[in-house]
Design a protein around this ligand. Structure first.
Ligand code: PMP
Length: 389
């Protein structure tokens, strides 16, 4: 008997989660391994947010909430979209809360895709985009972007991927794994191509919005034009910005019919996100933005350290990330791994990374900088030793 459905059997578990778990297991068994795998802030949830969650639970935030999220949280999210992104969404019908950004994305694709629809995914990509599309029976159309362009797709690359069957285009800047951040001009070029395709939705995953390394203002894809706003689902969440991965709260702003479809689905799947988690997210969105700037500065110092250490290694070329908390590294001399997959090879040298293959980028690997400077020093020393200084 085949336990798994045909669709599930055709996909694999999240490679990054599996590699991170393997490293944790090896460390627990006493192996000397430095893990720079996991995409999770090492900063704690702000204490005031934890207190707000306790208070909310005591005051009765222990019941089902409205399916698309509590009214208070949806209002705060709409306020965030206005003040930070210049986009007006009606909290009642154009804002949606789910169990992590991951579930927002799952809800959006599952609510809209039919078998044979196509989802354009730019490589390198976050592993879950093509997988979720496949779970819907749709076809991910993987489009390579180029390191020379900072891994942001050009208008031509987008245009070449669109077919009459295209239903979604997935965007993710700041990007996991490359750290690329798209400029407004780059977005405008993509928007021009999409103007002609009102039947195509854009999912802009902006979960790393607050982790950026230059002072350029951030552009949300939904703010590029009114036409784009009406067909873009802007996805965000509290996981990465506030060190709240375990609270499982993600959110989105988008066109009313799409949000309604997602809520219809969610009413059967989870019924809505955790009430306590939503109270905590509300407190986070109301917290001092200075905290986000402090954390971005800390990530920047770590990024600079990793770039500096890897510059000593002629066999590697690290791409300078403009945002998110990863450094993506190209192997210039793949023979150095002696035929082994890079994650296996580096594990032999005491450091766990995520191989680029799972991101659609063979020949590369990802270092997470969401870990202390000391750990990053050790990781880099081992990587440089493995590839030869
Ligand atoms: N999008 C991207 C690009 C991510 O890297 C992640 C987390 N790894 C998510 C979404 C999911 O975030 P959440 O914890 O809100 O589900």
């Amino acid at each position: 008997m085949n336990l798994q459905s045909r669709l599930l059997a055709a996909v694999s578990s999240s490679q990054s989660i599996a590699t991170a778990q393997r490293a944790r297991d090896l460390i627990a068994q006493g192996h000397d391994i430095v893990s720079v795998t996991i995409g999770e802030p090492d900063f704690p949830t702000p204490p005031a947010v934890i207190e707000a969650a306790f208070a909310a639970a005591r005051q009765g935030a222990t019941r089902y909430t409205p399916v698309p999220g509590t009214a208070a949280l949806r209002c705060a999210i709409a306020g965030k979209f206005v003040s930070e992104n210049g986009m007006a969404y009606d909290p009642d019908g154009e804002v949606f809360v789910a169990t992590g950004a991951k579930q927002v994305i799952y809800d959006a694709l599952t609510a809209t895709l039919n078998p044979d629809d196509e989802v354009v995914v730019f490589a390198p990509y976050w592993v879950s985009y093509p997988t979720i599309a496949r779970l819907c029976g749709a076809t991910p159309v993987i489009v390579a972007t180029r390191a020379e362009n900072g891994f942001v797709p050009t208008a031509e690359e987008l245009a070449s991927a669109l077919t009459p069957r295209t239903r979604w285009v997935m965007l993710n800047y700041p990007n996991n794994p490359t750290g690329a951040v798209a400029t407004r001009a780059q977005y405008e070029a993509l928007a021009q191509v999409l103007e002609a395709r009102p039947d195509v939705f854009v999912l802009s995953d902006e979960i790393y919005e607050h982790i950026r390394y230059d002072d350029r203002p951030f552009t949300s894809f939904g703010s590029v034009s009114e036409a784009m706003r009406t067909r873009t689902l802007v996805v965000n969440g509290v996981s990465k910005a506030y060190g709240m991965t375990g609270w499982r709260i993600g959110y989105a702003g988008g066109p009313r019919p799409l949000i309604a479809a997602m809520a219809k689905l969610q009413s059967h799947v989870t019924g809505g996100a955790s009430a306590i988690g939503q109270a905590a997210a509300l407190a986070a969105l109301g917290s001092d933005p200075g905290l986000l700037r402090e954390r971005a500065a800390e990530y920047r110092a770590r990024r600079d350290l990793v770039l500096n250490r890897l510059a000593n290694c002629p066999a590697l070329e690290a791409l300078e990330p403009k945002g998110a908390f990863y450094v993506f590294v190209r192997m210039l001399d793949a023979a150095r791994t002696g035929g082994k997959a890079v994650d296996e090879f580096l594990l032999d040298h005491g450091v766990a990374v995520i191989a680029g293959d799972g991101f659609g980028a063979p020949g590369w690997f990802r270092i997470s900088i969401a870990t202390s400077i000391e750990e990053l020093e050790r990781a880099c020393a081992r990587i440089v030793a493995a590839f030869g200084a």
